[in-house]
Design a binder for this molecule. Structure first.
Ligand SMILES: *[C@@H]1O[C@H](CO)[C@@H](O)[C@H](O)[C@H]1NC(C)=O
Ligand SMILES: *[C@@H]1O[C@H](CO)[C@@H](O)[C@H](O)[C@H]1NC(C)=O
Ligand SMILES: *[C@@H]1O[C@H](CO)[C@@H](O)[C@H](O)[C@H]1NC(C)=O
Ligand SMILES: *[C@@H]1O[C@H](CO)[C@@H](O)[C@H](O)[C@H]1NC(C)=O
Ligand SMILES: *[C@@H]1O[C@H](CO)[C@@H](O)[C@H](O)[C@H]1NC(C)=O
Ligand SMILES: *[C@@H]1O[C@H](CO)[C@@H](O)[C@H](O)[C@H]1NC(C)=O
Ligand SMILES: *[C@@H]1O[C@H](CO)[C@@H](O)[C@H](O)[C@H]1NC(C)=O
Ligand SMILES: *[C@@H]1O[C@H](CO)[C@@H](O)[C@H](O)[C@H]1NC(C)=O
Ligand SMILES: *[C@@H]1O[C@H](CO)[C@@H](O)[C@H](O)[C@H]1NC(C)=O
Ligand SMILES: *[C@@H]1O[C@H](CO)[C@@H](O)[C@H](O)[C@H]1NC(C)=O
Ligand SMILES: *[C@@H]1O[C@H](CO)[C@@H](O)[C@H](O)[C@H]1NC(C)=O
Ligand SMILES: *[C@@H]1O[C@H](CO)[C@@H](O)[C@H](O)[C@H]1NC(C)=O
Length: 517
């Protein structure tokens, strides 16, 4: 029976708190005025998104505005992406003191991000991605301690990343990609124990990656590519088993990949260290990272034997070009056979290395998903194996500058998606297979600097999309038919020099453009 007085007391307390909030923190009239100020700073609204922001309806019904049910205060301001809004963010947005979610992505908000954002203590999601904000990240940002998600990516911000962000212990996502931020990555961010995504790629950040990031045990995505980072990767970061994407491409980072990388980074899907100064071998343990989908190790100084990759069944992009891998020896390419279990394999780019030995026949067992096979500028010998025609999705096959020999297989005609066929500077002999004419979307055919003989197959004129044709420096003979010259209608470059052609050119060169095909 004592319940009723208790209830009354609770109701009184409730009303008291309510009055307190309305009087001291502001009320919903504050929100209405703040929204009108917000609207006033929008100079273009071609899709009439804000036409509903008028006094005929309560502001809680205005488009993009959501209020809390009990107190009728604005908790969400989420204007549609691609609404073509132009304007600046009014400082009065700082008066929307109940705001949890501010989302203005994919519009053209310009000027600076107002410092008053810092008054939004309840803010959890702050998304200004893909606008044209200039100036700095509000440097006194220190009161938004409930922030979980901050995305200022794709703006024109400069200045430094505020160290105060390191105190926002609930932060899960930081995205500052595609700005012009300078300074270094603040070590204080290593204190963000909830952080899952850290994306600051495409900025001007210098210094090295802080050791404190090794404490971020929930980190799944780490993107810092295209900056000016130097130094070494702190070893503790390679211990973060949570990591799924690790991208430090295009920086000036040095050091080795740790020997146990494939065991410690057991969940890694994308490992991108391209265009840095890494040295040493690709660790044998890499094959233990069986979720790897993208492995971009190109443009470094990696050396040694490439290990077996037989457990990387999900590997799709295998890019190791521009390194010093291989020792020119017989077994250099045995790792290729370990890729035959990769059912999603799409790119194999391994040009400009020291690979020697014979091209293994097992490449014909690669998944038919393979689209680009580039082996150029190595010391690879052997033949193009019979069965190459099974790789029916290939659009780039480039093997120039090696020691390959034998005939160009007739069955290459099965590669109906081929656009670039580059076999220059090898020891290929025999005739140019007439079947090449069946490759109707071929745009570049480079067979120069080989020992090919016989005449140019007339069928090549069927390659109507040919832009570059180079057959120079071979032993081709016979006469050059006017049909072949007719290729120069589309071909920007046609080089038949240094062969053994006989006879007269069928027509004056200046009349070529009038040739009928
Ligand atoms: C005010 O908003 C309502 C609701 O969207 C709309 O029907 C009305 O035309 C608007 N009034 C003016 C004057 O824009
Ligand atoms: C709203 O914000 C502006 C700018 O910060 C401030 O000048 C004004 O006093 C605020 N209004 C209310 C009602 O709080
Ligand atoms: C950015 O927003 C504009 C519209 O303001 C849109 O056209 C563009 O595609 C967006 N870019 C990205 C990368 O989302
Ligand atoms: C941040 O700085 C701006 C301008 O200097 C000021 O208006 C705002 O109140 C500051 N915020 C906090 C929480 O100190
Ligand atoms: C980025 O900042 C640097 C110097 O801080 C400046 O030289 C450069 O022009 C800026 N780039 C852009 C795209 O604003
Ligand atoms: C991380 O937080 C601890 C405790 O709050 C503090 O002592 C330390 O200075 C912070 N580290 C960094 C790098 O800011
Ligand atoms: C990595 O983790 C192992 C096991 O948890 C630990 O022994 C080792 O010291 C860690 N290494 C670094 C560099 O943090
Ligand atoms: C890593 O792979 C090797 C070779 O396949 C295997 O012997 C080893 O047990 C694996 N280690 C772990 C920790 O999975
Ligand atoms: C492919 O996978 C099968 C089954 O997991 C395995 O037995 C075989 O050795 C693998 N082949 C290669 C070339 O790694
Ligand atoms: C090419 O594919 C065909 C049919 O899919 C198959 O019978 C043949 O054995 C394959 N050739 C090679 C060399 O793998
Ligand atoms: C391919 O080209 C050859 C020689 O030009 C021709 O005999 C053959 O019928 C062609 N095959 C296809 C499938 O068009
Ligand atoms: C072209 O060369 C081949 C072999 O090198 C020879 O059999 C053939 O007679 C030559 N043809 C002409 C027209 O010189």
């Amino acid at each position: 029976m004592g319940l009723v007085p208790h209830l009354q007391l609770i109701i009184y307390i409730y009303i008291y708190i309510y009055i307190y909030i309305c009087v001291c923190v502001g009320n919903n009239e504050t929100d209405r005025l703040a929204l009108l100020e917000f609207k006033a700073k929008i100079t273009h609204d071609p899709l009439q998104l804000l036409s509903s922001w008028n006094d005929s309806i309560h502001f809680c019904q205005w488009r993009g505005v959501t209020c809390g049910r009990r107190h009728q205060r604005v908790i969400v301001l989420d204007l549609l992406p691609f609404s073509e809004l132009v304007g600046s963010i009014s400082p009065h947005v700082g008066n929307l003191s109940f705001l949890k979610h501010l989302s203005l992505l994919d519009n053209s908000f310009h000027n600076e991000i107002p410092l008053e954002i810092d008054r939004l203590r309840r803010l959890q999601f702050l998304r200004l991605y893909n606008n044209t904000h200039i100036g700095k990240i509000p440097r006194n940002l220190s009161h938004c301690t409930n922030l979980k998600f901050i995305n200022f990516g794709r703006n024109l911000l400069d200045g430094e990343i505020p160290t105060t962000l390191g105190t926002f212990s609930k932060l899960r996502v930081i995205n500052f990609e595609n700005n012009n931020l300078t300074g270094s990555i603040p070590p204080s961010l290593g204190n963000l124990s909830s952080l899952e995504v850290f994306a600051t790629a495409w900025n001007n950040l210098g210094g090295s990656i802080p050791h404190s990031f090794g404490q971020l045990t929930k980190l799944t995505n780490f993107y810092v590519g295209e900056n000016r980072l130097s130094g070494r990767i702190p070893p503790s970061i390679f211990n973060l088993s949570s990591l799924q994407v690790f991208d430090v491409g295009v920086n000036q980072i040095q050091g080795h990949l740790p020997l146990d990388i494939g065991i410690t980074l057991q969940n890694i899907k994308g490992l991108s260290i391209f265009a840095n100064q890494f040295t040493g071998p690709i660790p044998i343990s890499i094959s233990n990272a069986s979720n790897l989908w993208q492995l971009q190790l190109n443009d470094n100084n990696l050396s040694g034997k490439v290990p077996s990759l037989d457990k990387l069944n999900k590997l799709s992009q295998f890019l190791i070009y521009f390194n010093e891998l291989g020792n020119g020896g017989a077994n250099d390419l045995s790792f290729l056979c370990s890729l035959t279990n990769a059912t999603d394999l799409s790119f194999v780019w391994m040009h400009v290395n020291n690979f020697g030995g014979e091209l293994p026949k097992c490449i014909v067992n690669f998944s038919t998903t393979l689209t680009q096979l580039i082996l150029s500028t190595n010391k690879i010998s052997g033949n193009i194996p019979i069965g190459i025609g099974n790789l029916t999705n290939l659009n780039v096959l480039a093997m120039e500058n090696n020691k390959l020999s034998g005939h160009i297989p007739f069955e290459i005609e099965k590669l109906q998606k081929l656009q670039y066929l580059v076999l220059s500077a090898n020891n290929f002999f025999g005739n140019i297979p007439s079947s090449l004419g069946n490759l109707t979307i071929l745009t570049a055919l480079y067979l120069d600097h080989n020992n090919l003989q016989g005449s140019i197959p007339l069928s090549l004129v069927k390659c109507e999309n040919m832009i570059d044709l180079d057959l120079s420096e071979n032993n081709l003979n016979g006469t050059i038919s006017y049909q072949v010259l007719g290729l120069s209608f589309t071909a920007i470059s046609l080089d038949l020099s240094a062969n053994k052609f006989t006879g007269v050119l069928p027509i004056e060169v200046e009349n070529l453009k009038n040739l009928e095909r």
